[in-house]
Design a protein around this ligand. Structure first.
Ligand SMILES: NC(=O)c1ccc[n+]([C@@H]2O[C@H](COP(=O)([O-])OP(=O)(O)OC[C@H]3O[C@@H](n4cnc5c(N)ncnc54)[C@H](O)[C@@H]3O)[C@@H](O)[C@H]2O)c1
Ligand SMILES: [Zn+2]
Ligand SMILES: [Zn+2]
Length: 382
């Protein structure tokens, strides 16, 4: 990762806008590109997909935005008018789907796997579909009030929706990074009982402070047993996996991913697309901890096509599994209404632990991966 000068973003299509970025987040998904998805990166790729700012230029066909409007940019690029978008499946948009790589809607800053679109950890960003994609927000409140509409909030919101826990039920959230933390906040706001799992003490302390029960998974023999103790022996009604393919701490996956890193890039790409190299510890804990007939909601990103699943256990327990990239525009209006309430009900204004100049990005990536300095959520100011 390095910070360099590149040519300014410009209008390419009449429906584009160019946004001057005022704040831009660092996401757990950026870490996958850093390691282990590095083979898919091309030198010169601009990363980042959690930006907001002020419209600086509008294309000739854009009708609803003007120069000076304040907007948050969703991480997935959706046209807003195709068959998928009409059904709220914005992350599967058929206009920006990547048929050559067999992946869904293009994403800002997410390598050639997702359309190789220049991303938002930058001073300027070209945003297509100017009339439907950017989320217009009012001037006034600080950026952090709205910034997380780009990814963290809709991802966490969808995770809670998909977990489908009835009022009074128990939601287990595995992983207390930004996504798990925000999912816990949303579920608590809805009155659910929340149990959060992680091993990073300051992350657990944050969710505990909001009212969740916590489990340090390095201190218990099995997450499932502890969850059953807390739920009359039954298990959690819904479980969110907010971890995904992170390899750090899983000896087998880590060794496989490190061995892979020694191979030529083309070979690495091929193996990653055809073999199983994910760590599945969090998902296995989810399968063990969910009650019979309960739902697992996966928001952590997985990448390998041949990861083995315990089909008998899933079938016998009658588990439902729902997953996918967040359909940002499906939820953003509902969330914006909540954010515009006077009191900061989800605590978004104190959610970021670090505000840093963009120049510090390379070091911040490393520290965020290694969980140093109490770093949970980083916001860069270009
Ligand atoms: N579905 C989407 O649209 C979407 C959007 C954004 C992020 N994500 C994904 O969500 C995941 C979380 O993102 P984040 O920004 O919170 O990242 P993060 O890397 O900061 O958080 C992951 C957390 O999981 C914890 N963890 C690791 N292994 C664990 C285990 N076995 N049990 C319990 N906890 C464990 C880590 O300590 C860390 O705190 C990532 O996989 C990211 O790619 C998905
Ligand atoms: Zn993200
Ligand atoms: Zn579409």
């Amino acid at each position: 990762m390095q910070v360099i000068e590149v040519p300014d973003a410009v209008i390419e299509e009449p429906t584009d806008v160019v946004v001057e970025i005022t704040s831009t987040g660092l996401c757990g998904s950026d870490l996958h590109l850093y390691d282990p998805l590095t083979p898919f990166m091309t030198s010169g790729d601009i990363v980042g997909h959690e930006p907001m700012g002020v419209v600086r230029e509008v294309g000739s066909a854009v009708e609803t935005l003007q120069v000076g409007d304040r907007v948050v940019v969703p991480f997935n690029i959706s046209c807003g008018s195709c068959w998928m978008c009409d059904r709220g499946l914005f992350s599967q948009c058929e206009t920006t789907q990547n048929r050559d790589t067999g992946t869904g809607a293009s994403l800002f800053g997410y390598s050639k796997l997702y359309g190789q679109v220049p991303g938002g950890q930058a001073e300027l960003l070209r945003v297509p579909f100017g009339d439907t994609l950017p989320i217009k927000v009012p001037h006034g409140p600080v950026d952090d009030r709205f910034l997380f509409l780009s990814d963290v909030l809709p991802t966490a919101w969808q995770a809670v929706e998909y977990a489908d826990v009835e009022p009074g039920g128990t939601l287990l959230v595995i992983g207390a990074g930004p996504i798990g933390d925000m999912a816990a906040r949303i579920a608590l706001h809805r009155g659910l009982d929340v149990i959060a799992v992680d091993s990073v003490r300051e992350r657990l302390a944050r969710v505990h402070g909001r009212g969740a029960e916590t489990i340090d998974h390095t201190e218990v023999d099995g997450i499932g047993d502890r969850v059953r103790e807390l739920t009359d022996g039954r298990g959690a009604d819904g479980v969110i996996d907010a971890v995904g393919m992170e390899a750090h701490g899983s000896p087998v996956a880590e060794t496989a991913q490190k061995a892979l890193a020694l191979l030529p890039k083309k070979v690495q790409e091929k193996i990653m697309l055809t073999a199983g190299t994910d760590r599945l510890a969090a998902l296995m804990s989810a399968i063990d901890s969910v009650r019979r007939g309960g739902t697992i909601s996966i928001s952590g990103v997985y990448g390998a096509p041949t990861d083995p699943l315990p089909m008998f256990q899933l079938f016998d327990k009658q588990v439902q599994i729902r997953m996918g990239q967040a359909n940002v525009r499906r939820w953003s209006d509902d969330i914006l209404a909540l954010l515009q309430q006077e009191d900061d009900v989800l605590g978004v204004e104190s959610f970021a632990t670090h505000h840093l100049p963009l120049e510090d990005a390379p070091e911040a990536y490393r520290k965020f991966r290694d969980k140093e300095d109490g770093m949970v959520k980083v916001v860069f100011t270009p």
